[in-house]
Design a binder for this molecule. Structure first.
Ligand code: F3S
Length: 399
């Protein structure tokens, strides 16, 4: 693998042991995937933050690395943690969990990682540019940045993302290369997609049918940021999709950068398939203990729409809307948080329904409008899940 003089110096330890170890890891990764060289990255998003997921071994590794003097070289955001930084007691997080989680965050902070704690960094101040090389790791953030922004990233693991942050490099292979960004199959959508959950159901159908690859969607007339982030999250959860194109909507499809003419495989998705997906993704629950929204983290637009739906209503069960600190502070300033609280909804920053220990909090049944949350919650958090459109959830659990 070709390395520049600077990269060789990093590998040989001229910048210290931590940088050398990171470069070694990246070279190994590059060799495994046949990368000819490294590419400089402009931003990094690091997963593997929740103490629930990484446990003591992860905590010890991160503290050790930070104590050895690891420092990030490029702007790096952290994924959601297992709890909000403030008010964790109010939602019942045990203090031993909180203490460990704070140590994880402190280790990242010491390394210079921005404690933004979000899977939607593109809504919180770290928006890449078209064709920019980045190294992101949370699967929905990867799908969004590749597909909706047209930036270039593979799905990095926690260690490779951290190594990219510390060296400013990632191996040049996979989705960094033009030739791997072409669609492998076409998805003809013949259904009216009306809500974020419809896009989650579509992601479920396609992810399950194909597993991986690069889909090219046709038949989607309008899709905004919220719909596309829901679609990408679901495609990544039910399959391993890290890049998708939507005819007339996503940038590489719009600019004619991809060759769809020679794609032979097509799958059709209509109302019937979407209805079947809803049935498969949801349990028939008459009661739930929590409504969890914001997977991926909610945008200000989603929060505002939920606030509208809740006007004049009172929720019979708590609603937690997960979002970034940045978006929460906008909602607060706009008076939306207050309105939501009157209706029984709460904005929760820094964490998410999947990486927070809901099971430990005694919650067993959750209503969600996210395809990705419907996929993960039964396994990671032992939850029974009601998956539906948010307006129907509100109709059912508010008066
Ligand atoms: Fe984000 Fe957590 Fe969902 S990281 S995509 S809110 S599982």
């Amino acid at each position: 693998m070709y390395l520049t003089k600077e990269e060789e110096r990093m590998l040989e330890g001229e910048y210290g042991n931590v940088v050398a170890r990171c470069m070694k890891l990246l070279v190994k990764l590059g060799e495994k995937f046949g990368a000819e060289r490294m590419v400089e990255v402009r931003s990094v998003q690091i997963a593997g933050v929740s103490y629930k997921n990484i446990g003591d071994p992860g905590l010890e590794f991160l503290e050790g690395f930070a104590n050895e003097g690891a420092k990030v070289k490029v702007t790096s955001f952290m994924n959601p943690a297992g709890m909000p930084m403030e008010g964790w007691e109010e939602i019942g997080i045990p203090s031993d969990f909180a203490e460990k989680q704070k140590r994880v965050i402190e280790a990242f902070r010491k390394m210079g990682v921005i404690v933004a704690s979000t899977c939607t960094p593109y809504l919180a101040g770290m928006l890449p540019r078209f064709r920019e090389h980045i190294a992101w790791s949370e699967s929905s953030a990867v799908a969004f940045s590749n597909s909706v922004v047209g930036a270039r990233t593979n799905r990095e693991g926690g260690p490779s993302a951290l190594a990219a942050a510390i060296t400013g490099r990632t191996p040049y292979y996979g989705f960094h290369l033009d030739e791997n960004r072409n669609p492998n199959f076409v998805v003809r959508v013949d259904a009216e997609l009306k809500s974020i959950s419809d896009y989650g159901a579509l992601g479920c159908v396609v992810g399950k049918a194909k597993g991986k690859g690069v889909p090219y969607f046709t038949g989607i007339k309008h899709a905004g940021i919220d719909e596309l982030k829901s679609l990408g999250a679901s495609l990544a959860a039910y399959g391993a999709v890290a890049l998708f194109h939507v005819e007339g909507i996503t940038p590489e499809a719009r600019k004619g950068c991809v060759d769809v003419e020679n794609v032979e495989e097509t799958i059709d998705v209509g109302e019937k398939e979407l209805k079947e997906a809803y049935e498969a993704m949801s349990s028939e629950l008459e009661d739930v203990e929590l409504i969890a929204v914001g997977c991926p983290h909610a945008s200000i637009n989603e929060i505002r729409e939920i606030c509208e739906l809740l006007k004049g209503k009172k929720l019979k069960v708590p609603m937690w809307i997960f979002t970034s600190q940045a978006v929460k502070s906008i909602a607060k300033r706009a008076g939306i948080s207050e309105e939501l609280e009157k209706a029984g909804a709460k904005l929760i920053e820094d964490t998410c329904p999947v990486v927070a220990p809901l099971d430990v909090l005694g919650i067993k049944k959750v209503a969600v409008n996210s395809g990705k949350a419907a996929f993960y919650l039964p396994n990671t958090n032992k939850q029974m899940v009601l998956f539906d459109d948010i307006s129907r959830i509100i109709d059912k659990f508010a008066e």
